[in-house]
Design a protein around this ligand. Sequence first.
Ligand code: NAD
Length: 438
Amino acid sequence: MSKQPSPTPASNALSSSIPSYLQADNLGPWGIYLQQVDRVLPYLGNLARWAETLRRPKRALIVDVPIQLDNGTVAHFEGYRVQHNTSRGPGKGGVRFHQDVTLSEVMALSAWMSIKNAAVNVPYGGAKGGIRVDPSLLSRGELERMTRRYTSEIGIIIGPTKDIPAPDVNTNEQIMAWMMDTYSMNEGATATGVVTGKPIDLGGSLGRRDATGRGVYTVGVEAARHIGLDIATSRLAVQGFGNVGGVAARLFAQAGARVVAVQDHGGTIYREAGLDVPSLLAHVAQAGTVAGFLQAEVLANDLFWDVDCDILIPAALEQQITHENAGRIKARMVIEGANGPTTPQADDILQERKILVLPDVIANAGGVTVSYFEWVQDFSSFFWSEDEINARLVRIMKEAFAGVWEVAQDNKVTLRTATFIVACKRILHARELRGLYP
Ligand code: NAD
């Protein structure tokens, strides 16, 4: 048997020093991620010697995205694509268009994708991309030109076997269609597998649109069973009523739950008897927000956190549950539909208060799971039925959740730390098997 090479210790003088924006004391999403990694180190056994690999993105590309605006002037946007880890397979993760996107945020989101993909055991590493832009200020033509130029710029590192982008905040099926077309034009051949979350007519998958919300619902039902919570008589509060929150609310309501409060960027609404979710979805499709829905009371935004409920689903943005509101939450269970909605301080408060948190890295993994199905279908050009897709999705989510639950019980740790234990072990085991090149 050949001896395993020792990984270079972090203190080796030849290692490049870690820049300040990668340090754990740096506030922001990357710092939060590093703290999460620190918490898991004691549980990794011998694999901990490879842990430095989790603390450094494999590759980070910053691109300038110049486009001609409709008024004839030229605007420059900053774009990113970060591949955090590719030990288990190609990079995989969404693309976000938002005015607050930074390199630190994209690095953290790419790392959480590594964890998530390993947690549900799909054969991917983790990646993420974004452009710092407020897309609501662009015309459709400007949005298309920006998307195409960005795709061309990151084209040197993405591809169906290298790194596969998908939609995230403010990106959708149309953006994926433009990305697929641009990459294909540059390659000289149609490459449907370069992105997922595409329109069905371009190789998209049935069931993808509902997948994340369906995953949130599936793990919610499993966890409810463990803590003796009856979904059919439960009360739900949902923040964010888009792709994730809207679908999750619909599925819980179909199972008999009362959705008593919903908050989105436009405001907060409440109805003690339960909101009529299909009517609310129709209202949002037309008005773009839950605000103005007539069959509900209006609630001050801050009172959302005091709502009497059994299940709270944050499904909007990062860092919403903080040390300021975590003490007020009444729910027995928080299901993180959004990525990074709970700060580490808030996590500790919820744990002390015995409120169960189903962490993002497992709870919202349904989207990437069906993205994986889409990618597989594109490679074989053979497409599955929606029932088949939903059944496979539910099976993967249930199995992954059961594994994480067991690790949490065995080690007496939170489900977040348990998910990190399962995922980091898989990533670092792959790292060890592959060894170092050269
Ligand atoms: P979306 O754009 O469809 O919906 C976002 C929702 O958040 C909207 O209802 C919006 O009004 C609301 N929102 C925005 N700002 C808000 C604020 N300040 N206060 C309250 N609500 C606000 O986005 P989405 O795809 O549903 O994504 C939501 C979250 O889920 C993000 O964190 C995303 O990264 C995460 N996520 C999405 C997927 C997916 O497949 N779509 C998968 C995994 C994780």
